[in-house]
Design a protein around this ligand. Structure first.
Ligand code: ADP
Ligand code: ZN
Ligand code: ZN
Length: 731
């Protein structure tokens, strides 16, 4: 018997299946150890055959089988087939999505559970006697274990602090109990309580989701209580003995959200967030695989949770761009969700206050079921959005970044003891370093993008490759000392606030302040608990946070996302403004939003301040129709990159010729086709070229283009060649 094996090596440019002689115990879906060249590598057995073309003297047997039963289920083997053909991926890259890093490279861990109990000697002692007052994490986890009696270590590590648990174990305060787990899913289901009473709108939404045989689009305004709808739909699903996956944008996995899931589902839920170490991630994954946990909550990659018998998949904030993976392996999460929903006979719900135009279009066409929740909980009013024309401010002599209206609103807000959020569209958008005399702009030598001045480190950085450069004192071009280092970044906003409102406590949140593990969670919980008056941030503050005390939202530079050369620029602007405005006035106090713009006449501002999603949608869908963009077409991009510019050019020339051949035979299917340098001409010393096309959706051209991409990879081994469907970012 011949086993078909995918070898787990990253250098394999070609997606090949290798033949080995099968040995006892090998099954389809098992990991195996196989000889490869003069090495031993890991691989995945994906099937069997009776015969092989490999000559007998070259055929080698599998060395050993690494799993006692298939670790990759039939569902995932099918999903792998779907993903490789739909997104043009290598199988090995897809398998890597399915298994946590800890499961690869021979680092197999026993499927053992470790429970933590409080040492009886400490159970009735005041913890102040043996835990320092400042060791909050230790106190918190101690109190939790004491109240629960016992808890699984992996869960404590993931949800409290691994360091705190280790410390308490080392000091003998906690005792460890080991238990080998059997893989019997769904041993018991605990129903935790404290659900709120749903409103009629919410009840209708839950019923619709659980009855629909199509995916449901839940279109509910900010603050309409969508989270509660998901929680109830998940509870219902668990009650019928099925499992559920809930996807949220990474940035929304706040302490609040995690606490909510923990309190509602207890051990039933596995929380997969970016703060987990490989070991912690493996533990959560194992709990899902063995059926100890029945709900997976996490960002995009949680769609690959090893659950069986899935009854519900939730995609919260479905319009969020993080659901499309933008580096290899590139995939569209929604499509993976639909595959799994279909395989399992599960319901699927996508929720948003600002659905993507594409999803709303699908709902209009009957591909999705549409449910609306047009009212906020307790009929709270949507905050009023006031537009300020910044050009007038300059006329009246105010050239600062805050309009007079925003300053007085901040004053009022702080005086009344409420909190404010100030939103900047993009970190360091206008942060380029420019010579005021000759116009020279400092750029990264490797990436051909403008450098960004970082005041705290007093240097220039490239945001693409992180390369650092010394600050410019003299223009290298004309030797003028008049260099504009200033910029409208979050740092500058904070400086201004400090000057104008010296008493206000400010938190800054952007890619710089949230680089470390847990950083953004800590900043958010600081703000939520009232340790600051103003939160200044980029896109990250726009996501679904619920801060009851926020009454004012200032949008400093609403226009920025309008100027991107992206066909979705207006849609993004509408979504961002609605989302960030939705952070205001969520409790009793009414909210106010001040939107600063240099182009107040743009239709998007009229529609967004009227909360007129439908008006926006019908305008947008007409534009997309006349200009031939998705959902009416499919954008396909071949991205070619190489250190050697002339090889990149040759490869691109080869590819465009091949694609032109296809196009000449199928003119009706091509709306647009061109080859060009990518807008970011160089990233990390690699030259980047792209072939862009717009084609009729599902007309078969895509498959032909994939064959061209394979041919490029074969002929030009030095280049990296990827394809993307409807990418978010064409840079
Ligand atoms: P959305 O996700 O739609 O923006 P949330 O789910 O954050 O809205 O809900 C807004 C607020 O309303 C939250 O504080 C939530 O706890 C509360 N809430 C939701 N449903 C109910 C309900 N049925 N009764 C009372 N409060 C509710
Ligand atoms: Zn100069
Ligand atoms: Zn760079």
């Amino acid at each position: 018997m011949i086993a078909k094996v995918i070898v787990d090596i990253s250098a394999s440019d070609v997606d090949k299946i290798f033949d080995y002689t099968a040995i006892d115990g090998v099954e389809r879906g098992c990991r195996v150890s196989v000889p490869f060249g003069n090495r031993t590598v890991e691989g995945y057995c994906i099937g069997f055959s009776e015969t092989t073309d490999v000559p007998p003297e070259k055929l080698k047997p599998i060395i050993s089988v690494l799993d006692d039963r298939p670790i990759i289920s039939e569902e995932f083997l099918g999903l792998c087939d779907f993903m490789t053909s739909r997104f043009h991926l290598r199988r090995v890259d897809v398998f890597r999505l399915f298994l946590p890093a800890k499961m690869r490279g021979g680092r197999i861990k026993a499927l053992e559970r470790i429970f933590i109990e409080v040492n009886p000697e400490y159970a009735n002692v005041d913890p102040a006697l043996f835990i320092k007052k400042t060791a909050h994490a230790q106190l918190e986890v101690f109190e939790y274990v004491r109240s629960e009696g016992a808890a699984e270590q992996s869960k404590l590590n993931a949800e409290y602090s691994a360091a705190a648990v280790r410390n308490l174990v080392a000091r003998g305060v906690f005792l460890q109990k080991r238990e080998q787990v059997s893989r019997t899913p769904y041993a018991h289901i605990v129903q935790k309580t404290d659900a709120v009473t749903l409103t009629d709108e919410q009840n209708t939404a839950v019923d619709t989701i659980l009855q629909s045989d199509k995916p449901t689009l839940l279109f509910g305004v900010t603050g309409s209580g969508k989270t509660e709808v998901y929680l109830n739909a998940i509870s219902e699903t668990l009650r019928t003995g099925k499992t559920a996956i809930m996807l949220v944008p990474e940035i929304s996995l706040t302490p609040q959200v995690m606490r909510l899931f923990r309190s509602r589902f207890g051990d039933e839920a596995a929380l997969l967030h970016s703060g987990l170490s490989d070991g912690e991630r493996f533990d959560e994954w194992r709990r899902l695989l063995t059926g100890e946990a029945h709900v997976a909550v996490g960002a995009r990659s949680a769609i690959f949770a090893p659950l069986q018998n899935i009854g519900l998949i939730v995609i919260d904030e479905e319009h969020d761009t993080s659901y499309v993976s933008e580096s290899n392996p590139r995939y569209i999460t929604r499509e993976v969700a639909f595959f799994r929903a279909k395989y399992n006979g599960a319901h699927c719900v996508m929720g948003s206050a600002t659905p993507s135009v594409e999803s709303y279009y699908n709902a209009q066409n009957g591909m999705y079921t549409l449910v609306r929740m047009p009212n906020r909980i307790n009929k709270r009013k949507m905050p009023e959005i006031e537009t300020v024309n910044m050009c007038n401010e300059v006329l009246y002599g105010n050239s600062g970044m805050f309009s007079a209206k925003l300053i007085s609103a901040l004053d009022e807000c702080l005086a009344s003891g409420s909190q404010a959020i100030l939103f900047l569209n993009r970190r360091g958008y206008s942060s380029y370093v420019m010579c005021k005399k000759c116009g020279y702009v400092a750029k990264c030598e490797d990436c051909d993008v403008s450098l960004v001045y970082h005041k705290d480190e007093n240097l220039l950085k490239c945001h693409y490759c992180q390369r650092r450069y010394a600050k410019l004192d003299l223009c290298p071009n004309c030797k003028s000392p008049h260099i504009k280092q200033g910029f409208m970044g979050t740092e500058r906003v904070v400086e201004h606030i400090n000057r104008m409102f010296p008493k206000a406590r400010v938190i800054r949140m952007d890619n710089d302040t949230t680089r470390t593990k847990d950083a953004h969670l800590n900043l958010l919980s600081d703000f939520a608990s009232g340790n600051a008056d103003i939160l200044v941030g980029t896109q990250m503050v726009a996501k679904g946070h619920d801060f009851p005390n926020v009454t004012l939202v200032g949008i400093i530079d609403a226009d920025m996302s309008l100027h991107f050369s992206d066909f979705r620029a207006v849609e993004r602007t509408f979504q961002l403004i609605t989302q960030v405005a939705g952070r205001a006035g969520r409790e009793q106090k009414p909210g106010r939003v001040i939107l600063q713009t240099y182009t107040p006449g743009h239709y998007v501002y009229r529609l967004v301040s009227a909360y007129d999603y439908e008006g926006f949608y019908s305008k947008e869908i007409n534009l997309l129709h006349t200009s031939g963009f998705p959902p009416f077409t499919e954008i396909l991009r071949i991205l070619i990159s190489c250190e050697n510019e002339s090889i990149a050019l040759d490869a691109t020339k080869f590819a465009i010729d091949e694609v032109r051949n296809i196009a000449s035979e199928r003119q009706d299917d091509f709306i647009y086709l061109n080859a060009m340098r990518s807008p970011k001409k160089r990233i990390q010393t690699k030259y980047r070229m792209q072939i862009l096309m717009r084609i009729k959706p599902n007309c078969g051209v895509r498959e032909q283009v994939y064959i061209v991409a394979d041919a490029v990879a074969q002929r030009f081994p030095q280049v990296t060649c990827f394809t993307e469907i409807n990418p978010n970012d064409l840079s």
